[in-house]
Design a protein around this ligand. Structure first.
Ligand code: ASP
Length: 597
């Protein structure tokens, strides 16, 4: 039975939960209600496993005891809904079912009533088989939700949300709602727009996050805010995104990075602890640069080693053109010691293909043999280079070494992704282990080469660390922090800009001129002038946290009514066309492409 089930107040339908009909109830009467989970006929008796949210209990319909109810027992089919009552009796030893908490007893039905006659469901509820397509499960989600695995997922989700509220309210945080019909909040995705009927031609945007409102709440003096908030981002749906998703959103005043980190470490320890995951405090901290250079990603999985090392200096003067010329052109050579592995030539070569598919110009592999390397490029390398590379990579006999020479971020990312794949493939991940880390010291802005402009690494309200020189935007660091759990980013936030002049300068640097800034964010700039406390916060992806706790890759498995990967809801048919009069009212006309996907 799930945690904390309240005692039932008896009514006409029931006086006990199914999962509560235990041996201590023997010799008393119980009335239960629920769904027919399973039905068996045996020697003139009908056995029903009746299911409610707390579990299963066996009902026995015996022609000698059940009277009129026997007729009903005989007719029952899977998923019919009924209420039944009768004495609780101990089962004979050979019929005890040790797999069920209620398996030592049964209810001998003396009275029963059919409350709802169910059609045959399109798939079995009883077993969670992968054979049912996800489309079908979502089309009949209310049936899918009756299955153990979905019920457990949503119970876990509820436990996580409750633990969050419990902890934050204990720390003086207030839960405050912010609007869903609002203006754009730039988090780097496209907005969902809602046309206004009353102000034709104007649109609300659905919030990509409550970012600006939580800052205004700090300016409003609330000091400590949180919200379990729905956010909306119109992205091309990658494997595991939802157009609407849930964040635990937090903001606090008179704080700097360490204060936010301290509170959040205790929050994580509390919430994950409630779900059986122990968090060791203080958590690790890695700078963004260190994460990239050691793991090739800003969300490293720290449950295993295989760290990256830089080999640029080793190969700077190399006879091997592919390395030397690349370095002259600004490339960085990075290497990874994948350890002593028996990999075939075919497997090694396919790593080269993977690296090129991931965007690198190539990959060099080598197997350490004595003083030298067995590698397609060994003949181009001097003994000194090989020795120096071995030393940097701490290589010994039989180790497989992988090197990529490319632009700094590409060589890191490609090797980082190979590291992640090898960790999985080589079975280096201990599924019981948990590695939580902060990534700190982020760049404030990134150069978006294709658009020739600076883009905020996070969002444009993030405070620079140690000043901001508009003449050298690339050098600015951000007071930003992410939480990474086993290779997944589960949350991120920052200290905010609380000085309107700094905010203006940052806007300008990222190409939002005075006029646009006034138009889009004038209300924030104005609010910042009326006494803004230093403030900062964070947001967590609730769906992802629950998915990780539940041991599923897909966040759809922990959302009651998710959308498919193409953004549709097979249950309600959303999104759907609307009638012409509705469009007219909104002052909208559709161009020819409507209806096409
Ligand atoms: N608004 C940010 C986000 O949605 C989180 C934060 O900075 O608090 O990612």
């Amino acid at each position: 039975m799930s945690d904390g089930f309240p005692a039932l107040r008896a009514n006409r339908y029931r006086d006990a939960w199914c999962g509560e009909v235990l041996p201590d109830k023997v010799d008393s009467n119980a009335r239960v209600a629920g769904w027919v989970h399973r039905r068996r006929d045996h020697g003139g008796l009908v056995f029903i496993d009746l299911r409610d949210r707390t579990g299963l209990v066996q009902l026995v319909f015996n022609p000698d005891e059940a009277g009129d109810a026997f007729e009903l027992g005989h007719k029952l089919r899977s998923e019919d809904v009924l209420t039944a009552s009768g004495p609780v009796v101990r089962r004979s030893p050979e019929t005890v079912n040790p797999a069920l908490p209620t398996g030592e007893v049964e209810i001998r039905v003396s009275e029963a009533e059919l409350l709802s006659d169910a059609d045959t469901p399109p798939f079995e509820i009883e077993s969670f088989s992968g054979e049912v397509s996800e489309e079908m499960r979502l089309r009949h989600r209310y049936l899918d939700l009756r299955r153990d695995r979905m019920r457990e997922a949503l119970e876990l989700r509820d436990r996580v949300a409750r633990a969050m509220r419990e902890f934050l309210s204990g720390e003086g945080f207030m839960e405050i709602e912010t609007p869903v019909l609002t203006r754009s909040t730039p988090e780097g995705a496209r907005d969902f727009l809602v046309p206004s009927r009353l102000q034709r031609g104007s649109f609300y945007a659905l919030p990509q996050s409550p970012q600006l409102f939580k800052q205004l709440l700090m300016i409003g003096g609330f000091e400590r805010y949180f919200q379990i908030a729905r956010c909306f981002r119109d992205e091309d749906l990658r494997a595991d995104r939802q157009p609407d998703f849930t964040q635990l959103d937090i903001e606090m005043s008179f704080v700097d990075t360490d204060d936010v980190i301290d509170l959040n470490e205790r929050l994580l320890a509390h919430v994950l602890g409630r779900c059986g995951v122990e968090v060791e405090l203080p958590m690790r901290r890695l700078s963004y640069d260190e994460a990239i250079s050691r793991y090739g990603t800003d969300k490293p999985d720290l449950r295993f080693g295989l760290e990256l090392r830089e080999l640029t200096d080793v190969f700077r003067e190399s006879e091997f053109n592919a390395f030397r010329q690349a370095i002259e052109g600004g490339a960085v050579v990075r290497g990874m010691n994948a350890g002593r592995r028996e990999l075939s030539r075919g497997e090694l070569d396919s790593l080269v293909d993977e690296a090129t598919e991931l965007g690198a110009k190539g990959l060099v592999w080598a197997v350490v043999e004595g003083e030298g390397w067995r590698s397609p490029v060994a003949k181009f390398l001097s003994a000194e280079e090989i020795a120096a590379a071995n030393e940097t990579l701490e290589a010994s006999e039989g180790d497989v070494l992988l090197c990529v020479a490319d632009q700094p971020l590409i060589s890191a990312e490609v090797l980082g992704e190979l590291r992640r794949r090898l960790g999985e493939r080589l079975g280096l991940l201990d599924s019981e282990a948990n590695a939580l880390t902060w990534i700190v010291d982020w760049p404030l802005l990134n150069w978006a080469a294709d658009e020739e402009r600076w883009d905020p690494h996070n969002h444009p309200f993030t405070s620079p660390a140690g000043g901001f020189d508009p003449d050298d935007p690339g050098a600015a660091r951000a007071k930003a922090y992410d939480v990474v759990w086993n290779g997944w980013e589960i949350g991120g936030g920052s200290i905010r800009i609380s000085d309107p002049e700094v905010q203006r300068t940052v806007f300008k640097t990222i190409g939002i001129d005075e006029k646009q800034a006034e138009e889009r964010f004038g209300f924030l700039l104005e609010a910042l002038r009326y006494g803004a406390p230093p403030h900062g916060g964070i947001a967590y992806g609730l769906d992802r946290i629950v998915a990780l706790l539940h041991g599923t890759e897909s966040i759809r498995d922990v959302i009651a009514f998710p959308k498919t990967a193409s953004g549709g809801d097979p249950l309600t048919g959303a999104p759907a066309p609307v009638d012409e009069p509705q469009l007219r009212e909104l002052g909208l006309t559709l161009r020819g492409e409507a209806g096409r996907s």
